[in-house]
Design a protein around this ligand. Structure first.
Ligand code: NAI
Length: 549
């Protein structure tokens, strides 16, 4: 890519800027002599300075702001930083810090990133998309911020989520950042606090009727097909009902998926596969009770049932092993408030509003918290689970941290060390009665970046549930027996790029086997994925090639 850029233009372009690492030849060729300090530093030395400056920041939110600022100036150094220590940096660029960053988004805002598409642009969406400088966009992560994490309707403040999600495609699976476009689809907000905040960055309108929203999303999805024909649309953090309905609306026609529905399902399924391994059972031997029946819960229940059918159950038999409990109590067949996609899980059962009583009656082997409400797995809940199970499986998935249904310490203490536990966020190890437990993080970032990499490399034309099941199996298979013994259901984050390359290779193979790839089939799938991996390094930098041009 010979850009022809010179002088300060190079320094102001985060994709070209090397800060203090330009060589003498590059400085002369690019007219940079005198514009940067007269040194040529290595990436390692630059990273050392970044770490020094980060260490002086008092909070993770300050570290987040610093890192976003670094990204504004030097993209490669930003990715080098977060890829140098994923376990340390993922919680800063994504969960849990991102929750706080979103809450304050309009206040900490520095610079535009991604695109803002307001419903006022109806009829002009294609023109708006054409304003984006990159012409080959492969992923748009789009939110209307109807339900951000467990924080509710955040309107334009939710823009932090598609920005952060797409950074994980690169940091965790090596998808090159130039192909990624974060997008906020502004349909207003019902968040009174933001509507009255002068620094709020979105439309000051309450949300429209469903039909109006969906017809605008239709225009957006169709415009993407024309402007970015190889693009996969990743829906993120819409309200549960919209998430499921929009996925149903487009999944068979276009290359789309919803991470809250399918990505969450994939990662939890990986945990369940390993929990079953620890117990010496199969998925179809277990009985599941969900707390929460929104997009994450339904997506998981559906994927879980598909996975159980692959173990030999009929769909009906699989669904009969899954129960759900929401804000109005147990889903059962006399409930009148259920939407279509919840009904397969509304079994014949007496109405019940008490979760502990539901446990005593249904006798689940696994409880799954996707309720958005912290502390809902109380001591009584865990004790009830422990009294009917030798090894109760407790998945407390809501995030951010304070929304987890229970902490690992609570789960291990109240179950007297019997619980097999994972959360949606990272918790530190727990020491109990001389034993060390490693609580896993059932975070989608083990799954969607790898599936994304597979889609990117194969140019898949559709995204299927089978791709998420294969990703789940691949993730589960990469946890060693030693770690499983200590309770860890997921691979270690320190090695996440390699884990995701292996996962992406398995998903890519499935894409080819299913006839959904739009490129020629390679012989070595892992090598094929590696060829596509972005490397945050200055070698063969555009600047030096500019010299040659
Ligand atoms: P949603 O808003 O679609 O659904 C929430 C569900 O919880 C609804 O069925 C609601 O009735 C129920 N609920 C609310 N309060 C309740 C209460 N007190 N008792 C029982 N049920 C209650 O939300 P969605 O998309 O399903 O997400 C749920 C949670 O899962 C969020 O906190 C989200 O952050 C988390 N999540 C975690 C992921 C992970 O990687 N661990 C990925 C995606 C979501």
């Amino acid at each position: 890519m010979a850009t022809g850029a010179r002088g300060v233009v190079v320094l102001q372009d985060p994709k070209l800027n090397k800060s203090t690492a330009f060589t003498e030849t590059e400085k002369e060729a690019l007219g940079l002599v005198g514009l940067v300090p007269d040194v040529t530093e290595t990436e390692e030395l630059q990273l050392q300075r970044v770490n020094l400056q980060l260490a002086q920041k008092p909070t993770d939110l300050e570290r987040y702001i610093y890192l976003m600022n670094l990204l504004d100036h030097n993209e490669r150094l930003f990715y080098l930083t977060i890829m140098s220590d994923p376990a340390r940096f993922l919680p800063i660029v994504y969960d849990p810090t991102i929750g706080e960053a979103c809450l304050k988004f309009g206040h900490i805002y520095r610079q535009a990133r991604g695109m803002y598409l307001s419903m006022t642009r109806r009829g002009k969406v294609k023109e708006v998309l054409r304003n984006w400088p990159e012409k080959d966009v492969r992923f748009i992560c789009v939110t209307d911020a109807g339900r951000i994490l467990g924080l509710g309707d955040l309107g334009a403040n939710g823009m932090g989520i598609p920005i952060g999600k797409l950074q994980l495609y690169t940091a965790c699976a090596g998808v090159p950042p130039q192909y990624l476009l974060p997008m906020y689809l502004d349909a207003g907000t019902n968040n009174e606090q933001y509507l009255h905040d002068p620094l709020y960055l979105g439309m000051r309108k309450t949300r429209p009727a469903k039909d109006e929203l969906y017809s605008f999303v239709d225009e957006f999805v169709q415009a993407v097909q024309e402007v970015f024909p190889k693009c996969c649309i990743h829906f993120e953090d819409w309200t549960g009902v919209d998430a499921v309905h929009l996925l149903q609306r487009y999944r068979d026609k276009y290359c789309v998926y919803n991470d809250d529905v399918q990505g969450t399902a994939g990662i939890v399924l990986a945990g369940m596969i390993n929990a079953a391994k620890v117990k010496g059972t199969k998925l179809s031997d277990e009985r599941y009770l969900f707390l929460g029946a929104g997009s994450a819960g339904i997506g998981l229940a559906d994927l879980l049932c598909t996975a159980m059918t692959k173990e030999g159950l009929t769909l009906k038999q699989a669904q009969s092993r899954v129960y759900m409990f929401d804000i109005n109590g147990l889903l059962e067949d006399t409930r009148m408030d259920l939407v279509d996609f919840q009904k397969p899980y509304a079994h014949q059962h007496a109405p019940m509003r008490d979760f502990v009583r539901a446990i005593e009656s249904i006798k689940p082997t696994t409880i799954i918290g996707v309720s958005t409400v912290g502390g809902t797995f109380t001591q009584k809940v865990i004790e009830a689970m422990s009294s009917i199970n030798e090894r109760p499986v407790v998945l407390a998935l809501s995030n951010p941290t304070e929304h987890a249904e229970c902490t690992p310490e609570q789960a291990y203490t109240w179950s007297k060390g019997k619980a097999i536990y994972a959360a949606g966020v990272q918790f530190p190890p727990v020491h109990l009665n001389g034993q060390t437990f490693l609580p896993g993080q059932a975070n989608n970032f083990y799954v969607f970046p790898a599936v994304g990499m597979a889609i990117f490399a194969t140019q898949a034309s559709r995204v299927t549930d089978e791709m998420f099941i294969e990703a789940a199996r691949a993730v589960a298979d990469q946890v060693s027996p030693d770690l499983l013994k200590q309770g860890l259901l997921y691979p270690l984050q320190s090695n996440i790029l390699e884990t995701e390359i292996q996962t992406a290779a398995r998903v890519a193979k499935l894409v080819f086997d299913s006839g959904l790839a739009r490129v020629a089939r390679p012989t070595d799938m892992v090598a094929f994925i590696r060829e596509h991996v972005y490397k945050p390094e200055y070698k063969a930098a555009p600047a030096s090639r500019t010299t040659a041009a």
